[in-house]
Design a protein around this ligand. Structure first.
Ligand SMILES: [Zn+2]
Length: 437
């Protein structure tokens, strides 16, 4: 054996120190990646916030949409009432128009009768003219015989009325001519009486037509009013439809964003997992640090997995899979089992299997205070909403070891543990592995 002198011992001590520095530098690397894990988690949290904001906005938009749809319904009801009223007015108008047409036809008929009577009068007048001419010829013959006074009177008469008056004076001159003229005169008078009667009927009909036209124009006014009301309702309807379109558009955009956020969050989760796995490899060297004070509870083990809540009153309050969100009522995927028990707050949670703590964290919007244990064969278990944690990052824990205490941190409606099992990064149904026993 070599005997070392003091100088050599000092050199060795320094060398060991240097190698410790080297080792601690080696261990620092995962810490650096742990910092980037923090950054990833920060990004994750901000996306969670964005998702929650978007969902809030979507639900606001849905309410707004329901309101606008109610307005549309009311407007449509008004429109159908209006179109009923319009139909009624239009049929009334049609009735009045038919009556006007009838009156016009009657008036036209009367006019043609009146025209006929005028023609009759004209004919009678011509007959009178012919009689007068004949009379004049006879008078001229008389003149040739010497009677001048009568001739002058007759040659100066320019119309029938004058003539008829004068004829009165000459009754005695020619009885037969007088008789003829009187008969014609009587006929003209009876024709004129008929004409007068027809004119009266025509006036009466025209009066009725005026009344009907007044009625028609009143109806037209009502129709115009109804039409303009209809137009304004239709304009309002179009406005609401436009609003609905923009609400639908915004909702669609938000849904697309939420989908994108969720995809990014999933990728971030994988990145976090990878960064943690890298960190874990280096920190496993620290895993022998279990102290003898670590509390182990003998719980229900089945198939190598222990039920994470050892309290005898424990029960599952929400299963894995799709469920109605207890806070919002919206159907969502639930990624684990919610387990609680009587007076759950502060009751211990145990490691379902032995493994290494690969993550202890706080997420305000989701898991709250949570811890993840890697069991080394692709399985990782997660315990969320804890009130406090009893194991730390990088620590190796035994099955049944108390790792945390039940709480309601993060997104939780009451004290419970949100328990997840992941296999190769995928969230799986814990019931496939654990049972309360
Ligand atoms: Zn849960």
């Amino acid at each position: 054996m070599m005997k070392l002198n003091n100088t050599l011992k000092n050199i060795l001590a320094i060398a060991m120190c240097l190698s410790l520095v080297a080792v601690s530098t080696f261990f620092y690397t995962p810490k650096a990646s742990a910092e980037s894990v923090d950054q990833l988690k920060e990004k994750y949290s901000s996306l969670e916030q964005k998702v929650s904001d978007s969902e809030k906005r979507i639900s606001e938009l849905e309410k707004e949409k329901a309101g606008q749809e109610k307005i549309i319904d009311a407007l449509n009801q008004q429109l159908s009432q209006l179109s009923e009223q319009l139909e009624n007015i239009q049929s009334q108008k049609q009735g009045v128009s038919a009556q006007i047409d009838e009156a016009e036809a009657k008036i036209a008929d009367l006019n043609s009768q009146i025209d006929q009577l005028n023609a009759d009068i004209e004919e009678k007048n011509q007959e009178i003219d012919a009689t007068v001419q004949l009379f004049c010829q006879r008078m001229r013959a008389n003149y040739m015989a010497g009677d001048t006074t009568i001739l002058e009177m007759f040659t100066n008469s320019s119309n029938v009325a004058n003539f008829l008056n004068r004829v009165e004076l000459f009754k005695r001159v020619t009885q037969s001519d007088q008789k003829l003229v009187d008969d014609l005169n009587d006929e003209i008078a009876s024709i004129e009486a008929m004409q007068k009667q027809l004119e009266e009927s025509k006036t009466e009909l025209q009066g009725q037509k005026v009344v009907l036209e007044g009625k028609k124009s009143d109806l037209q006014v009502v129709e115009n009013e109804l039409n303009s009301t209809q137009e304004s309702i239709e304009a309002k309807s179009a406005e609401v439809e436009e609003k609905l379109k923009s609400i639908n558009y915004e909702t669609q955009e938000l849904n697309v964003s939420v989908e994108e956020y969720n995809e990014t969050m999933e990728s971030l989760e994988r990145q976090i997992q990878n960064a943690i796995n890298n960190a874990k490899k280096a920190s496993q060297n620290n895993s022998g640090s279990n102290s003898s004070s670590d509390k182990i509870i003998n719980g229900n083990v089945s198939g190598g997995w222990m039920w994470p809540v050892p309290d005898s009153t424990s029960y599952v309050s929400s299963s894995y899979g799709y469920r109605s969100d207890p806070a919002t009522g919206v159907t969502k995927y639930h990624s684990g089992l919610d387990i609680t028990c009587s007076a759950a707050y502060g009751k211990p949670l145990v490691a379902t299997r032995a493994g290494t703590v690969i993550l202890t964290d706080y997420m305000s919007g989701g898991y709250g205070n949570y811890i993840m244990i890697d069991h080394g064969d692709g399985f990782v278990s997660l315990y969320g909403h804890c009130s406090s944690l009893a194991a730390s990052y990088g620590q190796y824990v035994k099955q049944g070891q108390v790792i945390a205490y039940i709480g309601a941190s993060g997104y939780a409606t009451g004290p419970h543990v949100h328990f997840e099992i992941r296999y190769n990064g995928e969230k799986v149904n814990p019931y496939n592995y654990i049972s309360k026993g």
